[in-house]
Design a protein around this ligand. Structure first.
Ligand code: GDP
Ligand code: GDP
Length: 436
């Protein structure tokens, strides 16, 4: 079941990013620890009452050199297009401004559920001041103080009450869902067309409120696949479509619904920061990953070119060193037939379960080879490990004190597990738990 999307809109300085941070709390992003991957605080994940949702701070979406009002309007449009529920933030100290009215008009027309939040009501004795915002026509205004954390629970109660309740039927466990993500122009549509061009395809348009991707299912050698294609669904002509951050948003949603994510690079352009960010999201979401370098026909090559390109990718994408790399061309069809088998391989690894006794042998051998660290006079003790889930493979290691299992030792254990079981193409997770 895809997570609902909540977007925060409002003019500058009303407290959007404060509220954003308040909602996502102190979640630590795995990607943040990775050198070379900086994370912008625009997308996050929130939890409330058994609901997990994506959160977008549209105020952080850089629209470019447009006048303020145009920017605000475009941010609101993105929220309308992408979100299941919109949090509309106004400043309780300023009263209603014309920009607020402008936003209200757009939101009203969209018919999306909107939660009107009056921020900076720091003293809850003054909560009645929020009532003047009734006249925006957006329902009951909820007084909050983002910086003090007041009213945030009421706000979230209201937000989750608008989540879609229909359980969208996703695909059978055995179907491999995959998506192609990457910047505009890397060749995603061309690749999708080439892959689909060879198969008998059933196209279904998942027409949920926000799930406007095209799903194409087909079968190949007994395996069912679904391509989740957002590239083909671009709303051409919208100004914000060209902003990079917006394309990330699209990618995020496709990633969410995929087992396997193909990160498409353009051989002609090399690797940019944006590529890493997108791959980082897929990694963090726990999806299997393949790096596909497209337009391999378009560059001049000698016998070392591929090796050099690969070294560069490994250097730039250290956090997904498990991802296989394919060099292809949608134009000449070179190596396209390697894509589906590779998808199948990494999907199998993504769903792989290992035997507990073998796992524990591996862990014990690892400890014998490289003894557990001592931190502040206390030695990490590992009792045993077990695989608790798949997609991605997730291991719980029972230890004397979870604080003692640092990143570097975890990485070491991960490498030992990978050396033994493969897990090519899939992230794996290791969680330390205290053994009682
Ligand atoms: P954004 O531009 O809408 O994202 O607004 P920010 O979250 O950056 O906040 C703008 C300013 O308002 C910052 O100086 C915040 O510290 C302040 N602010 C945010 N929330 C509150 C609040 O609840 N009460 C008060 N007094 N100030 C707040
Ligand atoms: P998307 O924006 O990622 O979906 O990219 P498109 O599939 O629309 O392709 C962008 C441009 O790159 C188009 O002009 C394609 O013809 C071109 N293109 C796509 N794949 C290849 C390829 O393998 N080789 C070359 N030379 N050009 C390609």
């Amino acid at each position: 079941m895809p997570k609902p999307v909540v977007a925060i809109v409002g003019r500058p300085n009303v407290g959007k990013s404060t509220i954003f941070n308040r909602i996502i709390g102190e979640r630590i992003s795995i990607v943040e620890d990775m050198p070379g991957v900086t994370r912008d605080r625009i997308y996050g994940t929130g939890d409330w009452l058994n609901h997990t949702f994506h959160l977008i701070d549209t105020g952080g979406i850089d629209i470019g050199d447009e006048p303020l009002l145009v920017q605000i309007r475009q941010q609101a449009e993105i929220a309308i297009d992408e979100a299941d529920v919109i949090i509309f933030v106004v400043n309780g100290r300023d009263g209603i401004t014309s920009a607020d009215e402008e936003i209200a008009k757009l939101l009203f027309r969209s018919k999306k559920p909107v939660v009107l939040v009056v921020n900076k009501i720091d003293n809850f004795e003054k909560r009645n001041e929020a009532y003047e915002f009734y006249s925006l026509g957006m329902g009951e205004p909820i007084p909050v103080s983002g910086s003090h954390g007041l009213g945030v629970g009421d706000m979230l109660d209201e937000v989750v009450s608008h989540f879609p309740t229909i359980d969208l039927e996703e695909y059978d466990e055995n179907v491999i869902c995959f998506s192609l993500i990457g910047r505009p122009n890397v060749g995603k549509s061309s690749l999708v067309n080439s892959i689909l061009g060879r198969e008998r395809v059933i196209v279904s348009n998942i027409a949920g409120t926000t799930r406007d991707a095209i799903d194409s299912s087909f079968e190949k050698e007994g395996q069912e696949y679904v391509i989740i294609d957002t590239a083909g669904m671009r709303k051409r002509g919208k100004v914000y479509e060209t902003t990079e951050k917006y394309s990330v948003l699209r990618a995020l949603r496709a990633i969410e619904r995929s087992d396997v994510v193909l990160v498409i690079l353009n051989a002609e352009e090399g690797i940019i920061e944006q590529d890493k960010k997108i791959a980082g999201y897929a990694h963090e979401a726990g999806r299997a990953l393949i790096i596909v370098v497209n337009k391999w026909d378009a560059i001049e090559k000698d016998e070392r070119t591929m090796q050099q390109f690969e070294a560069k990718i490994r250097d730039e994408f250290q956090f997904i060193s498990y991802a296989p790399i394919l060099f292809v061309s949608a134009h000449t069809k070179q190596r396209l037939n390697a894509i589906l088998p590779m998808i199948q391989t990494v999907a199998e690894n993504h769903a792989l379960r290992v035997k507990t006794n073998v796992l524990n042998d591996v862990i014990m051998d690892a400890i014998a080879m490289n003894p557990t660290p001592t931190i502040k006079g206390k030695r990490l003790k590992i009792n045993y490990a077990t695989q608790v889930s798949v997609k991605p493979p997730t291991f719980v290691v029972f230890v004397n004190d979870p604080e003692l299992l640092h990143f570097s030792y975890k990485r070491f254990l991960e490498n030992r597990i990978r050396d033994t079981f493969g897990f090519k193409g899939t992230p794996i997770r290791i969680i330390a738990r205290k053994k009682n």
